[in-house]
Design a binder for this molecule. Structure first.
Ligand SMILES: [Zn+2]
Length: 132
């Protein structure tokens, strides 16, 4: 189970980002986890609380957004869901494809709980590549 390392790295990235930007409290973290990323969202969710316990992120809510694993068929250009069709094109049966989405694990947004500044978001906080 490699999720623990991923959760720790994610928490550190958010903490570093908050420190660099003078943020004292993060309300929510929104993660994008691709269906094809080999990261299991349930594990991330489960591990998050113990990892952030007693830290700056203890009261921060984690929101996980699952990104569907989509691919385009090299043979017929059909776009299909890789998980649903077990990697094969449902139109022509080819296994040759280019994955379009679903391999990501990234921090999509960091919501800051600060009345005077309102909501702050970041897109480029971090991208964690899972071993493929
Ligand atoms: Zn096809």
């Amino acid at each position: 189970m490699h999720e623990i390392g991923i959760v720790r790295a994610m928490a550190k990235t958010v903490t570093d980002y908050a420190e660099a930007n003078g943020i004292d409290k993060v309300a929510e973290i929104v993660l994008d986890i691709g269906e094809l990323s080999l990261v299991i969202p349930e594990y991330v969710e489960e591990l998050y609380a113990p990892v952030v316990q007693g830290t700056f992120l203890e009261d921060t809510k984690l929101i996980i957004n699952i990104v569907p694993g989509m691919a385009v068929c090299d043979n017929c250009d059909d776009v299909f869901n890789v998980v649903e069709h077990e990697g094969y094109c449902p139109n022509c049966g080819s296994f040759d494809k280019e994955v379009l989405s679903g391999q990501e694990f990234l921090i999509r947004e960091i919501h800051v709980d600060e009345a005077e500044e309102g909501e702050e978001e970041t897109e480029a906080a971090a991208e964690e590549k899972s071993e493929a």
